[in-house]
Design a protein around this ligand. Structure first.
Ligand code: PLZ
Length: 453
């Protein structure tokens, strides 16, 4: 099939798409993508930048097919969103069915069952068997903002603590909560007040046990904020954009225990780590953590925009009637998608799939590390794994090498993403619908790319 044939009859997405890496143009991006890139440049501000400027026409399983007919291995899942697989057939069927019935009412005007069902599912699935409530929103950032609103209202306090390397979004409050200046914050201030930052546990760089790192964070909080002023501690159980940093064991439980003892709301931002990604339904489970509030988004609805705050009933009910909401929050199409996706996570073996992928990915990355000391660290959990690239002599972050490796992977038809405060981490977030062979091929391409960079 030529690229023109593919365009004449655009392939449908989902697992029916041939699961292969196929490069049919002399270079990626191919000519049609380049044409679209020119149109993008004239129509969309450069501030909305594109990592790999191919334009997608279909996707599913573990591949993205572009307008030139190239089929790329997807090791990014649109940043941990299409965990159930792109255009997952159960998700598309559920959305199509809902689409025929109604597309919107605004849940604040007239209700519908899908919203309540998603709330019930999240109340059941998030850690802890206490009484819970869930409110739905559109994006991770919006949900984080609402979690902070709820914590402030419930405690009557204003301060919020976030951590080094944190990423929580691009809205005004979440920019303040996000650590990294470029590209997220520079020139966009003034930022929301009453946001404070504490040191994280970063085992590769701080040589601290979880308990030591927690003691340092708690000391910073007590000395610089004061528990009596603190509404919430907000933390990603594994730092996502900040570099896939898995805190040392004991760090998170010690913080949570301190929060509980001091009447501080402990908020887990599971936007990137949630829904099977780390080999548990939620990453907090790896350390038996029961957060007061859990923020979810991304993987929740198989690609449709949906986010949630789930938490202790007494906190969630502390907010006055009408105090939470939004025109589109819990849109019926997104709820239908979420119910199908959640069914896949619960009953489709996807959490187990992430557990199976972990040793496969870790094994390959460790082998790469043994052969190349520029890989300073291999880390992550489940299908959320990464390598940190450094100068082997000094451990200095090597962002240029990271960019080169990513570019070679892209040119070879594998979508990998970078991250990290220092821009020196290559992260892997494959859809859990990817086949082993394709994943291994993608990892081989990554290994070759490193060898050539
Ligand atoms: N919390 C932990 O990872 C989104 C950001 C991509 P939204 N991460 C991807 C980019 O450059 O904008 C994220 C996250 C964590 C919150 C968010 C924000 O989620 O749905 O992008 O608002």
């Amino acid at each position: 099939m030529t690229a023109t044939d593919l365009l004449a009859a655009p392939p449908t997405g989902g697992p029916a798409l041939p699961q292969e890496r196929r490069i049919v143009t002399p270079q990626i991006p191919g000519p049609r993508s380049l044409e679209l890139l020119e149109r993008k440049k004239a129509a969309v501000p450069g501030a909305v930048s594109v990592t790999l400027p191919v334009f997608v026409t279909a996707a599913g399983g573990g591949v993205l097919v572009d307008v030139d007919g190239n089929s790329l291995i997807d090791l990014g899942s649109g940043i941990a969103v299409t965990t159930v697989g792109n255009a997952n057939p159960k998700v598309t069927a559920a959305v199509a069915e809902q689409l025929e019935r109604f597309t919107h009412t605004c849940f604040m005007i007239t209700g519908y069952e899908g919203y309540v069902e998603v709330a019930e599912a999240l109340n059941r699935l998030t850690p802890g068997d206490h009484d819970k409530r869930t409110a739905l929103f559109n994006s991770g950032a919006e949900a984080v903002e609402n979690a902070v609103k709820i914590a402030r209202k419930a405690t009557g306090r204003t301060a919020v603590v976030a951590f080094d390397h944190a990423y929580h979004g691009r809205t005004n409050l979440t920019m303040a909560l996000t650590a990294k200046n470029q590209p997220y914050k520079s020139g966009f201030g003034p930022f929301a007040s009453e946001v404070y930052r504490a040191p994280l546990s970063y085992p590769y760089r701080d040589n601290r046990s979880g308990a030591e790192a927690a003691a340092a964070a708690i000391s910073t909080i007590e000395k610089q904020v004061g528990a009596e002023n603190l509404a919430a501690i907000l933390i990603e159980p594994i730092q996502g954009e900040g570099g896939f940093i898995v805190p040392a064991e004991g760090f998170l439980p010690a913080l949570a225990a301190w929060a509980t003892a001091n009447g501080v709301v402990f908020i887990a931002d599971e936007v990137q780590t949630g829904f099977g990604r780390t080999g548990a339904m939620f990453a907090a489970e790896h350390e038996n953590l029961v957060p007061d509030l859990v923020v979810t988004a991304k993987g929740i609805a198989g690609g449709l925009p949906l986010a949630a705050v789930t938490g202790r009933a007494e906190l969630m009910e502390s907010v006055h009637a009408g105090g939470l909401g939004g025109t589109y929050g819990g849109n019926p199409l997104a709820c239908a998608a979420a119910l199908a996706a959640i069914d896949e996570y619960e009953n489709g073996g996807l959490v187990e799939r992430a557990q199976t992928l972990e040793p496969l990915i870790r094994g390959r990355l460790n082998a790469m590390r043994a052969a190349d000391p520029r890989i300073g660290d291999v880390r992550g959990r489940g299908a959320m794994m990464a390598i940190e690239l450094v100068d082997p002599a000094t451990k200095a972050p090597d962002a240029e090498l990271t960019q080169r490796v990513a570019k070679v992977c892209h040119a070879d038809g594998v979508v990998v993403l970078t991250c990290g405060t220092y821009g020196n981490v290559i992260r892997l977030l494959p859809p859990l619908a990817i086949g082993d062979d394709l994943l291994v091929e993608g990892l081989d391409v990554l290994a070759r790319a490193l060898g050539r960079s």
